[in-house]
Design a protein around this ligand. Sequence first.
Ligand code: HEC
Ligand code: HEC
Ligand code: HEC
Ligand code: HEC
Ligand code: HEC
Length: 373
Amino acid sequence: MKYILITTFFLLSGLLLANESKLCQKCHPIIYSEYYQSSHKNASTYNNPIHKAMWDKHPKNEKGYTCAKCHSPSDIKSVQTGELTNNSIQKDEAISCVFCHTIKTIEEGNFSNINVSTGKKKEFFTAEKGKKGKAKYETVTSWFGLVKESKNSPYHTIDYSNENYYTGNVCMGCHSHTNNEHSFDITMLDAVIDEKDTNTCVTCHMPQVMGTKVTINETKTHAYHGIAGIYHKSEKMGMYIDFKLFKNTNNFVVNVINKSNHAFFGQAFRQGILKAEISRNGKIIELEPFVFERILGKDGKEVMPWNANMALKDTLVYAKREVVFKEVLLDGDNLKLTLGIKMISKDGLKKLGLKDNNELTKFRVLKTQKFNF
Ligand code: HEC
Ligand code: HEC
Ligand code: HEC
Ligand code: HEC
Ligand code: HEC
């Protein structure tokens, strides 16, 4: 039965080539549905209102929509011509399954890096410890042809030998740096890949979660393709952030310690926020929150990201950041610290001419911790 289904599927797949990722859905349905919610699928102007607003304000020239290189690289026509059209690739697979799984190497570039693709439609890279080399579909027949067992994929070859998928370097074609014309990095992540790191871009942002990775050979877990981060599973990301507290006679200090290999909150108009709340004698005292952000400027004045050549303010968390609260902690106090993130600040909304919308300015919790004195 399985084989009849697969044959039918191949006949159909020839007709369905328009949406490549939808093809993968047949055998990788859980991964597909996660991917469909992810910021990678939603990276185009048609799905991300912040991106659309910024592109609308961005000065235009003959190069056209240069954002396609990272925000919708699967729309090859758009990458080549700079034209932006409302098509199914922009809407359903701006950064497609095939795009990521065929990145061969990353070339370093001045303004941004370049993803070099194999261009192959049916041979995909992935990482799995213990497996190396290329795997082709095999069927093993036993019991005089009565029982058939299959190994690997009937649709495509799998290549386990690309180191970039083990180190996280596969993410760096887009996530390393995005410089504007003044060579100023406007998507500050400051990421460094070190092979000695125990965690990588992939282990932190695509953790193994329950559910099979493929329908044909069931597995317990698969790599989360919704991308854990700000939009999804933000509270799970708190395990990579530590708070260290110091109680002084005239204030208290919180060290926010970053256990990742990049800076936090660096995107333009984004804000990290640390709230502190003291519960004392049955009363709640809310302290002035601390804001982690980068305000971009030129000649000392705030400007839009594409004009910037300096940071007017930079309170991002690199390896760690010390935050001083002017309140004195007393015996019997309970202190609650909450670190969270806003996709876009109120000020950013105004500058981009966006209407307020709970999805955009919602405070998304990364970590909460209580301390008793
Ligand atoms: C006809 C079913 C089928 C289709 C269609 C299909 N796959 Fe697969 N895929 C499999 C099977 C089976 C495996 C092998 C899983 C295993 O046993 O390790 C696999 C494995 C993979 C792996 C490696 C997983 C691993 O760790 O071993 C990747 C990556 C992958 N597929 C990507 C894709 C992409 C991208 C598409 C769409 C372009 C796609 N697949 C379409 C059946 C399919
Ligand atoms: C070199 C790759 C690259 C190019 C080119 C690029 N971006 Fe991005 N952009 C990214 C990455 C990576 C992120 C995610 C970074 C993050 O979340 O910190 C991002 C995030 C954004 C965001 C934030 C989205 C959100 O949901 O908050 C906006 C807005 C944005 N880009 C606008 C643009 C515009 C407009 C252009 C074209 C003028 C552009 N980008 C070109 C890589 C790029
Ligand atoms: C083709 C370019 C490209 C590649 C390759 C890529 N990304 Fe992204 N990524 C983006 C863009 C663009 C955004 C911002 C999307 C938006 O919101 O507009 C983004 C957003 C993100 C975010 C923020 C989403 C959130 O909810 O917090 C994370 C985390 C992320 N990517 C991780 C990764 C990881 C891990 C890899 C490697 C496995 C990777 N990316 C590979 C372009 C890319
Ligand atoms: C942003 C890049 C990116 C996109 C988009 C993407 N993948 Fe992946 N995928 C990866 C990486 C990186 C891994 C390796 C995960 C690991 O090491 O555990 C992976 C792993 C896999 C695996 C193996 C799962 C496992 O647990 O080992 C399959 C199957 C797969 N992807 C299929 C798909 C399909 C189908 C789509 C589209 C619906 C897709 N991928 C979209 C980057 C991507
Ligand atoms: C040890 C875990 C860890 C590793 C490794 C890691 N990250 Fe993150 N990442 C986080 C945490 C925690 C956040 C949430 C803070 C934040 O949003 O800035 C985050 C946030 C992000 C964001 C959103 C940034 C923003 O604008 O606020 C992007 C994009 C991202 N990571 C990409 C990557 C890429 C690409 C790599 C590999 C070079 C990587 N991460 C490695 C833990 C990790």
